[in-house]
Design a protein around this ligand. Structure first.
Ligand SMILES: Cc1cc2nc3c(=O)[nH]c(=O)nc-3n(C[C@H](O)[C@H](O)[C@H](O)COP(=O)(O)O)c2cc1C
Length: 395
């Protein structure tokens, strides 16, 4: 391939470098993967109705999110097992985010520990919490607090794991099991295999610390199941543990979003986990407007974002910012830090270019007015007088 110019090009490069089972883990959705496709369709179905003859010579794509200035209205989403895509994947993503002036969200299922990422990055760090066991959750939250993370994300859509059939077929899991198939797969992807041999099999470092030697916690970890009993009542408990910003991720209903805010959350993330959990779930974009109408706190969104124009569409429908999941992972898996930089650069350029094309000088000015809907303000107003040539009339 000549120089990759969009996220899809990085997806192609990632697929080439990764063994099939690793690419399938990155790419796969739940069951029939209709959700994965649906997320894209919904973005594609939203069209712009550009304003013309507007001065867009100076454009501003920065934003204020949760009281902090961000150079681009995107966040790197929490993703587990980043080191199977590239050596030190968590650190590579965190440093790239810092270079672009955006937050990086570290997953509970990260390969680098909470402390190691904090040490390696001088950018803004968020921590994503999976509640596997309450005692363990409390330990993780304290560690994130002591390490200077600014925002806690509670992920709520993994009460049970999604049925990811690619992973089931491939027998994917950590530690990776060797079989004739995986060895052949590895041999066909020598650059990836060489990196793995040099750096060793990734571990879940957050659980390797001495603090998790407790047998009850070890048993909870071994089961790899989330605590499916976690409910709104437990949100109060989590709120009491974390004094900084708290976001609730994985929501699909405006009423749930409102309840989270009432219980003390600072914002919500509409997400269907990138189509990896409930295959028939709605796409987050479909409930964005209703949610922003219901709550005044920030509403973030992810699932299916592959273009800067997708970011602009989400912001125009009321999102405060978006999270990138697979997009930045494609960059990471294809070319490490250079790949993540390139994907973020592409996103930044496409957001800016879209603003110029639709006649909007700043992301803070985006609204539904820039989107096409039959029945939008321009088409509805049939009572407006027909335009006449003022210069001719006045003469
Ligand atoms: C490989 C992979 C691992 C993920 N791991 C986590 C995780 O550990 N915690 C979490 O809250 N979400 C996780 N997610 C979901 C992302 O945070 C995000 O919601 C999703 O990727 C957005 O969709 P997109 O990939 O289409 O952008 C993961 C997603 C992928 C692709």
């Amino acid at each position: 391939m000549t120089k990759p110019v969009n996220v899809e090009d990085f997806r192609t490069l990632a697929r080439r470098r990764l063994p099939r089972m690793v690419f399938d883990y990155l790419e796969g959705g739940a069951e029939d993967e209709f959700g994965l496709q649906h997320n894209r369709r919904v973005f594609e179905s939203v069209r712009f109705q550009p304003h013309r003859l507007v001065d867009v010579s100076a454009r501003d794509i920065s934003t204020n999110l949760l009281g902090k200035h961000q150079r681009v209205p995107v966040v790197i989403a929490p993703t587990g097992l980043n080191e199977i895509f590239w050596p030190k994947g968590d650190l590579v993503l965190a440093r790239a985010a810092a270079r672009f002036g955006i937050p990086f969200a570290l997953s509970t299922a990260s390969n680098a520990s909470i402390e190691a990422v904090a040490k390696a990055s001088d950018g803004e760090l968020w921590f994503q919490l999976y509640v596997v066991h309450r005692k363990l959750a409390e330990l993780l939250v304290k560690r994130a607090l002591n390490s200077g993370y600014t925002t806690l994300i509670l992920t709520t859509d993994v009460g049970v794991n999604g049925k990811r059939e690619r992973d089931l077929r491939n027998g994917f899991g950590l530690p990776m099991k060797y079989s004739v198939r995986t060895i052949i797969d590895g041999a066909l992807h020598p650059r990836w295999s060489f990196d793995l041999m040099r750096h060793g099999m990734p571990k879940l470092e957050n659980f390797a610390s001495d603090q998790v030697q407790d047998t009850e916690l070890q048993a909870a970890l071994m089961s790899r199941q989330m605590d499916a009993s976690f409910s709104f009542d437990d949100l109060r408990w989590l709120r009491s543990l974390w004094p900084h910003k708290l976001l609730i991720k994985g929501l699909s209903r405006p009423t749930d979003a409102a309840r989270c805010i009432e219980l003390g959350a600072d914002g919500v993330i509409l997400s269907n986990h990138g189509g990896r959990q409930l295959d028939s779930a709605i796409a987050p974009l479909e409930t964005l407007e209703e949610t922003t109408a219901r709550i005044s706190a920030p509403v973030l969104l992810d699932s299916g974002i592959r273009r800067g124009s997708d970011v602009v569409k989400a912001l125009a429908l009321g999102a405060s910012a978006v999270l990138l999941g697979r997009a930045t992972l494609y960059g990471l898996a294809a070319k490490g830090g250079d790949g993540v930089d390139a994907v973020l650069e592409i996103m930044r350029d496409e957001i800016d270019r879209t603003l110029a094309q639709i006649g909007c000088p700043s992301v803070s000015r985006l609204s539904k007015d820039y989107l096409w809907r039959s029945g939008s303000a321009d088409t509805r107003d049939t009572t407006a007088p027909r335009a006449t040539n003022q210069l001719k009339e006045d003469a």
